[in-house]
Design a protein around this ligand. Structure first.
Ligand SMILES: Nc1ncnc2c1ncn2[C@@H]1O[C@H](COP(=O)(O)OP(=O)(O)OP(=O)(O)O)[C@@H](O)[C@H]1O
Ligand SMILES: [Mg+2]
Length: 378
């Protein structure tokens, strides 16, 4: 077994990570497709609502409930599905809601949190929430035990490391001094009483309320009070999620493009994974340009061929432009080679290293995913 094939045959969770736009979603979908074709029961979990991904799996759109990609769809591309493949899109808000339902101390607290305006913002838009909820959902789905393999595609973050310490950061944010001031000031009466907090905090809160109005601050305090109620549960949960990410049946696949910026981030990311005690199982350098050969035919022969193929065009100028395009492509191939080798030298030889060429067109169907998968697994 070569490339990532063994990983896909033996692990229970594979997480694709990397910076924006490098091909995480495509890689995740290709890996899931391959594992399912080889006979495993696979769930491909993504945050990306991208139509293109849904379409390439042969689906109308990604949904919040699991959808089967049937054997017939595979057959339409001449592919055989021995196992099962399902795809599902993550809903950050719904995952967070489930967490609140599970850990709220009473139905009243639960409803107060779920109905709170600030909560609705935090659950959908706050930086880091998506990352945390991706990990949370992964943990929940894995515990259900319905799948041989779960492939998780992580969110397109500007900071590719966000999700690593997302559980801890979430807990730290809830347990901060500022949060405690809020709760103290709000406690009891259901509205602010600045007498309950120290002078400094009261001054700060009073100043804040002048900008935002007390109603807004009360929403915040209510939210924080509610979240605080969940705190014990959250902390335990975050520890469990964090621990699960480090277990030996979880594999991380770092995806990058050969662009210098992306490679720099991949190196940084790889170091962080190592520090955090996570496995770095594989690196995928995606969209590598191939070194094309110079044309072996002489100029006259090429001109004649162009003239014959498209007599309406000016052959010398077409030839010139083609030459320039070839030159560009060769330069990119050399640059990609340098970057890919630099990354390989950095990560060492105890991790898998796979290159996937830049295909001529976007990956838009199961056939395309299977083609990517061939490069990933051989
Ligand atoms: N090897 C490849 N050859 C050609 N096109 C590719 C290749 N890999 C990915 N693509 C295309 O590149 C685009 C971006 O890929 P993809 O959506 O997988 O990136 P991503 O890392 O998930 O992005 P984001 O960070 O926005 O989630 C898609 O249109 C995809 O079809
Ligand atoms: Mg993506």
């Amino acid at each position: 077994m070569g490339g990532l094939a063994e990983l896909l045959a033996t692990r229970r969770v594979v997480v694709t990570v990397g910076s924006g736009g490098v091909g995480k979603t495509t890689t995740a979908a290709a890996l899931a497709t391959y594992a399912a074709m080889e006979g495993r029961r696979v769930l491909c979990l993504t945050i990306d609502p991208a139509r293109r991904l849904a379409n390439s799996l042969g689906l109308e759109e990604m949904t919040l409930d699991e959808q089967a990609i049937t054997a017939e769809r595979f057959a339409q591309h001449g592919l055989e599905l021995k196992g099962e493949l399902y795809a599902m899109m993550l809903d950050t808000k719904r995952t967070f809601d489930d967490l609140v339902r599970r850990y709220a101390s009473s139905p009243e607290v639960r409803d107060r949190i779920l109905g709170n305006k600030i909560y609705r913002y935090v659950a959908t838009s706050l930086a880091g929430t998506q990352e945390y909820m991706a990990m949370e959902k992964l943990h929940a789905v894995r515990a259900e035990g319905d799948w041989d393999l779960i492939v998780l595609d992580t969110p397109p973050t500007s900071n590719a490391l966000d999700f690593l310490d997302a559980p801890e950061r979430m807990v730290d944010a809830i347990d901060s001094p500022a949060m405690r001031w809020f709760i103290q000031a709000f406690e009891g009466a259901g509205k602010f009483s600045f007498g309950l907090v120290g002078k400094g905090a009261a001054f700060l809160l009073r100043g804040l309320s002048r900008f935002t109005g007390t109603a807004f601050l009360e929403q915040i305090a209510e939210f924080i009070g509610g979240i605080n109620d969940l705190f014990g549960g959250f902390r335990e949960r975050a520890a469990a999620v964090s621990g699960a990410l480090r277990s030996p049946d979880v594999a991380f696949v770092v995806v990058t493009s050969p662009a210098p910026m992306a490679v720099r981030e991949a190196i940084f990311f790889s170091d962080r994974l190592k520090e955090a005690g996570m496995h770095r199982d594989a690196f995928v350098v995606n969209r590598v340009h191939q070194l094309l050969a110079e044309p072996s035919a002489p100029r006259e022969a090429l001109l004649a061929a162009f003239e014959q193929a498209c007599p309406e065009l000016d052959a010398p100028s077409v030839l010139e432009r083609t030459r320039r395009a070839l030159e560009d492509e060769r330069l990119r191939a050399v640059a990609d080679r340098i970057e890919s080798d630099r990354l390989r030298a950095h990560v060492g030889h105890d991790v898998l290293f796979v290159e996937v060429p830049a295909l001529e067109e976007d990956v838009h169907d199961l056939g395309g995913l299977a083609e990517i998968a061939r490069y990933l697994t051989t």
